[in-house]
Design a protein around this ligand. Structure first.
Ligand code: EPU
Length: 336
């Protein structure tokens, strides 16, 4: 356990904001959790890839670096893994796809940590982590004991889980269990661009590793690299709206893309499309900007502050509400 005061968090948030934390602590051993004094404002930081610090943080930032990947059992076509929450998600996907275990190959090249993954139920290219989760283990910071939640108990939804609601700030995720396929993989190749890339590369035999490489290639082309220009991926969720409203909008905007949801009466609309229709692609506000290639990504263009980015987000929300009567929700965790 390492402890610092007045720490600049620039290198540990992917927006690269010069936020300062009054106190900052690295936790790399599970045993340290029991000794934490939490009678103050605190925040648990994983990869820093889905947060926006609006101001300096007047409290304790606890940085999770509890690492380790373990194979626990093999049963028939399945392999079970326990992964400590501070592990890098990208490293985990590389490790499992090198072994040709299947289930999370479409989630390649997503920044962040393993512990952050179930909180927002990371999803990409037609796959969500929820599909491979066996359990999530966490330390209950209020009652000071470990809890193990089954996949059902995690209440996973689109970019949502119990960790964003009832258990928000109450638990420290220590470990997750994944169940992956050894052979007979259930590939998801329908998302735009994947099959085209398989054909373009003239690939005869697909494998989890081949798919992970393709996804990495597609993401790299489409999304800005946070190491080069600060960003936190999609800033908003794709809104799920009533079919009635969608039908009304389709009359005016026949090219509006719509996707089915798990609820019969709702359809999903890409927020990137809505923002682009408002003429805001590439829009600059102070040091922040809407990325010129993907309107759902806000970037730190020129020494932005957290406030610049939040103001830009609010300009976007207002424009989308006025034009489409749709309320965008943040995907990124905003720390005020
Ligand atoms: N679009 C536009 N203009 C834009 C951007 C997108 O018109 O500037 C439209 C296009 O019609 C495009 C559609 O939006 O076909 C969907 O775009 P894309 O395939 O890039 O996906 P997305 O809906 O913007 C979601 C996730 C991403 C994930 C991709 C791929 C959310 C909030 N975002 O983005 O996740 O990588 O699908 O599956 O669901 C993240 O969460 O940080 C993230 C990057």
């Amino acid at each position: 356990m390492k402890h610092y005061r007045n720490k600049d968090l620039c290198k540990i948030n992917t927006f690269h904001l010069h936020t300062r934390a009054r106190e900052y602590m690295i936790i790399d051993d599970i045993k340290d959790l029991a000794t934490l004094d939490l009678n103050r404002k605190y925040f648990i930081l994983g990869g820093g890839s889905n947060i926006l610090f609006v101001n300096d943080f007047d409290g304790l930032v606890i940085h999770n670096k509890i690492n380790g990947i373990k194979v626990t059992k093999e049963v028939n076509n399945y392999i079970y893994l326990s992964i400590n929450s501070g592990e890098s998600w990208t490293k985990l996907v590389k490790f499992v796809t090198k072994n040709n275990w299947g289930g999370i190959e479409n989630l390649a090249y997503i920044p962040g940590t393993v512990g952050g993954a179930p909180i927002q139920n990371i999803g990409a290219y037609g796959v969500e982590i929820a599909e491979s989760v066996e359990y999530v283990k966490c330390f209950d910071l209020i009652n000071r004991k470990f809890l193990v939640l089954t996949k059902d108990e995690c209440n996973f939804g689109y970019r949502d889980s119990i960790f964003k609601k009832e258990l928000k700030n109450k638990v420290f995720i220590t470990e997750i269990g994944l169940k992956l396929t050894i052979k007979k993989h259930n590939y998801k190749l329908d998302y735009a661009g994947i099959k085209e890339e398989i054909e373009r590369r003239k690939i005869q035999k697909i494998s989890p590793e081949v798919i992970a490489n393709i996804i990495t290639y597609i993401r790299r082309k489409k999304l800005p690299n946070p190491n080069k220009i600060g960003n936190a991926g999609s800033f908003f969720k794709n809104p799920e709206i009533e079919k009635n409203l969608a039908n009304k909008l389709l009359k005016e905007y026949p090219n509006m893309p719509t996707y089915p949801t798990n609820t019969e009466s709702l359809v999903k609309i890409p927020a990137g499309w809505l923002i682009e229709q408002c003429g805001l692609k590439g829009y600059v506000h102070k040091g922040a900007a809407v990325h010129q290639n993907h309107a759902l990504v806000l970037v730190n263009k020129n020494n932005a502050t957290g406030r610049d980015i939040l103001e830009l987000a609010n300009i976007i929300k207002k424009n989308v509400k006025n034009k489409f009567d749709i309320e965008l929700e943040y995907e990124v965790n905003i720390i005020i």
